[in-house]
Design a protein. Structure first.
Length: 244
């Protein structure tokens, strides 16, 4: 599952890359600060591109909240939701059935731009985080859904069955985030996209040869360490993982 991401690109880069504009202009400086490790369970404020306004780069909380909640109930909902993943990920196979997802699947899809993300590899009962990024240092466009709770946007990242590369690394859950191919990013935000079209885009696998992945420090999983530092994205050699 995709519970940990990084977003180190400047706002101007994202605006140019997606032909968008930041909706909260007074927060530009804050969003320009590199975030090397965004822990989903802290429900960080991130930027998304929403279907309802595809020319916007909009702030949103990571962790989707049901439409029937109020803004003042969001934090309490997150405390309850932690036992079933905190709303951070949504299984794409349940897209049109789940009580939250089905209300967003047709009208509130989004792109979540990240510079990278992390997945765990398990070896002899120990977890080793691996960092994924674009080999050309471009952003990765993760497919998501969102809800609007009063004036707050909340979102989740879609996942699907792992491709061979992800199955090798994420070897316990065998899942991966849905990464949109660049040529189909804008299709994901089209209002006339039906269930079949949505499913087709989800099932298109991102080219594995365009991804760079390697193990990083196990500090990523430690609550006692500040892992939102540049070194957390640097490669670490583990002798016990000689196959990587």
């Amino acid at each position: 599952m995709c519970f940990h991401t990084s977003q180190t690109k400047k706002v101007t880069f994202l605006e140019k890359r997606y032909d968008t504009e930041l909706t909260k202009s007074d927060a530009r400086e804050a969003y320009d600060i590199p975030r090397y490790h965004l822990n989903g369970f802290a429900h960080p404020d991130m930027l998304i591109i929403p279907q309802e306004e595809p020319s916007a780069l909009a702030p949103a909380l990571w962790g989707i909240v049901p439409n029937n909640k109020k803004q003042e109930q969001i934090r309490d909902y997150y405390k309850e939701a932690v036992r079933f993943g905190g709303g951070l990920n949504a299984q794409s196979e349940k897209l049109f059935e789940h009580f939250i997802y089905k209300h967003s699947a047709l009208t509130r899809r989004c792109i979540v731009p990240v510079s990278g993300f992390f997945e765990p590899h398990e070896h002899k009962s120990k977890k080793y985080p691996f960092h994924f990024k674009h080999k050309e240092d471009d952003v990765l466009s993760l497919a998501g859904l969102y809800t609007l709770i009063d004036n707050v946007v909340t979102f989740t990242i879609l996942t699907k069955k792992a491709s061979p590369l992800f199955a090798k690394i994420h070897n316990k859950k065998n899942r991966q985030p849905v990464i949109l191919q660049k040529d189909f990013e804008q299709d994901w935000l089209k209002d006339d996209l039906n269930e079949n079209g949505i499913t087709e885009l989800i099932n298109l696998n991102f080219k594995e040869e365009d991804l760079l992945t390697y193990p990083v420090s196990r500090d990523l999983f430690s609550p006692k360490v500040n892992s939102d530092v540049e070194t957390i994205t640097e490669k670490v050699e583990y002798s016990e993982l000689d196959s990587f």
